[in-house]
Design a protein around this ligand. Structure first.
Ligand code: BG6
Length: 502
């Protein structure tokens, strides 16, 4: 196997340099890259924040963050080397002076580390600051590609509905070319999500049955045990649908359903993903009432411990209408998938953490087994488990040994860790590396963001017009409101169930 080369020389500028994302994900990811020899030799990090502190104080703070959040040991030479490359700039992002100082600092770091004018600018800041930060960066000339490249990483949310997503993309286009923009969806950094592409397109046996002739329906579940933690303020604005569906769930949906791309080039892959989302008919208002379910958790129990309801979480309004659970039934109107329902659900404070894609195939004809004790033949099921216990399982029927013909359901299972061991990863390693090497395959393109919102905006509109009257409607530690089960039951189907945790 080819060993990947270290990323291109650059200065990584992190706006929000002392924030949660930097401490929990970005720095630990950089350390993992450093340990694997994938960080360039000519490299520096400049954290920008409002804290007034020296480079040395910043290094000390980040050293502590690494000790707390990084997986590999932090007393290594690689860790020390990374910490030495950290620098800090204090400033208010609303002030143009900050950007002038940034330009000066960047020039100094560029010369000292010989990074050839390359800069990766990471906006780990609240979405309300995206546009103003970009405008100011543009104004002081920091986005112009003169000697080296200039790339900008943006974290979701990319808008909060269709019109705002279009406006955000327009503002981005005023200062950046689309090829300079890296819209991160950390689900695409997960190994199993990437493997789904390989699984589908590098194995000849699945493609022939990956269509409406053989597939009965697809279920995509992203279940979390966690509640909103300390993110009440953000979550009150977002809610489960905005937080998870246009990004993570739609990525999983489009990778599951897309046609083979003509290559693994970024645009070729994005083209196919966008085509799938364009084929999802937006729900008409009356369909929203049947095909979209929302819910909110009340107090309950998880792992035998009592947990608070959403409305009791910090920074959440006592009568909040914000959904913490969503289930949707969508279709894809194309030749491959017409008539195959795609059921999506995601929620917080569910009984266990599990992200998976389950493809249920049509049943075999019953005729052969008539007159035997086989009463119900279950359908074949292919499960791609994204997390935890990453792997792939196939369920099929087998004869139970004995003189009678009795059928049991068995599973053939592939577990990632059995074959490949587990690499310490935050999910950001590949994404950061790709930004530094200029590979946009795993990033969202503007048109994908817009089409995702165009599917969901009708749901948001109906929900806004009809505030929920029965919230909270599921206890923490349950699988969501009863309407989610009814959504499936109406079609004679049911959601996947898991044994209670041991
Ligand atoms: C984030 C959401 O994008 O994804 C969070 O904002 C959610 O609300 C998280 O908890 C889930 O990510 P993961 O990697 O834990 O499945």
């Amino acid at each position: 196997m080819d060993t990947p080369r270290p990323a291109d020389p650059c200065v990584l500028v992190i706006f929000g340099g002392t924030g949660d994302l930097t401490r929990r994900k970005l720095l630990p990811a950089l350390l993992n890259l450093a340990e694997e020899g994938l960080l360039p030799e000519r490299f520096a990090v400049l954290g920008v924040s409002s804290h007034d502190q020296s480079d040395e104080a910043y290094r000390e703070e980040m050293r502590r963050a690494l000790r707390e959040h990084a997986t590999p040991p932090t007393d290594t030479a690689a860790c020390e080397d990374l910490v030495r490359r950290l620098h800090h700039l204090s400033g208010d992002l609303q002030e143009t002076a900050t950007y002038r100082e940034l330009a000066a600092r960047l020039a100094v770091l560029d010369a000292a580390h010989e990074t050839g004018g390359n800069a990766l600018l990471y906006l780990a800041v609240p979405p309300s600051l995206f546009v103003s930060t970009l405008k100011r960066l543009g104004k002081v000339g920091l986005l112009a590609e003169r000697d080296g490249w200039r790339r900008v990483v943006i974290e979701k949310p990319f808008g909060r509905d269709y019109p705002s997503a279009v406006a955000l993309n327009a503002a981005i286009r005023e200062v950046l070319a689309e090829t300079q923009v890296y819209r991160i969806d950390h689900y695409l950094g997960k190994e199993t999500v990437q493997n789904l592409l390989v699984f589908r397109f590098a194995n000849g046996i699945f493609e022939p049955i990956w269509n409406r002739r053989y597939v009965d329906h697809v279920q995509i579940t992203v279940a979390e045990e966690l509640g909103v933690e300390r993110r009440g303020r953000y979550y009150e604005e977002a809610g489960a649908l905005r937080d998870m569906v246009p990004n993570h769930l739609f990525q999983l949906l489009s990778i599951t359903a897309m046609e083979p791309p003509i290559s693994f080039e970024a645009d070729a892959v994005s083209d196919e993903k966008v085509k799938i989302l364009k084929a999802v008919p937006p729900l008409a208002p009356e369909a929203v009432l049947h095909c979209a379910v929302r819910g909110q958790y009340g107090p309950g129990e998880i792992d035998g411990k009592p947990v608070a309801g959403y409305r009791q979480e910090p920074d959440v309004a006592p009568g909040s209408p914000t959904p913490t659970f969503v289930a949707l039934k969508l279709g894809i109107d194309n030749w491959r998938w017409a008539g195959v329902p795609f059921y999506l659900r995601t929620g917080k404070r569910l009984p266990r953490r599990v992200t998976e894609i389950a493809i249920e195939f049509k049943r075999a004809p019953f005729e052969l087994f008539r007159g035997t004790s086989v009463e119900r033949l279950r359908a074949n099921l292919l499960v791609v488990r994204i997390q935890p216990d990453e792997g792939i399982a196939l369920r099929f029927g087998a004869k139970v040994p004995g003189p009678e013909v009795r059928l049991g359901n068995v599973e053939m299972e592939f577990c990632y860790s059995d074959y490949f061991g587990t690499e310490p990863a935050t999910g950001y390693e590949t994404l950061l590396y790709d930004c530094m090497t200029g590979d946009r395959t795993l990033f969202q393109r503007a048109d994908m963001v817009e089409v995702a919102w165009s599917i969901l905006t009708p749901v948001l509109d109906v929900w806004e017009a009809l505030p929920p009257r029965d919230f909270p409607d599921y206890p923490a530690g349950s699988w969501g409101p009863p309407e989610a089960d009814e959504l499936m039951a109406r079609d004679g189907r049911h959601w996947r169930m898991w044994e209670p945790k041991a």
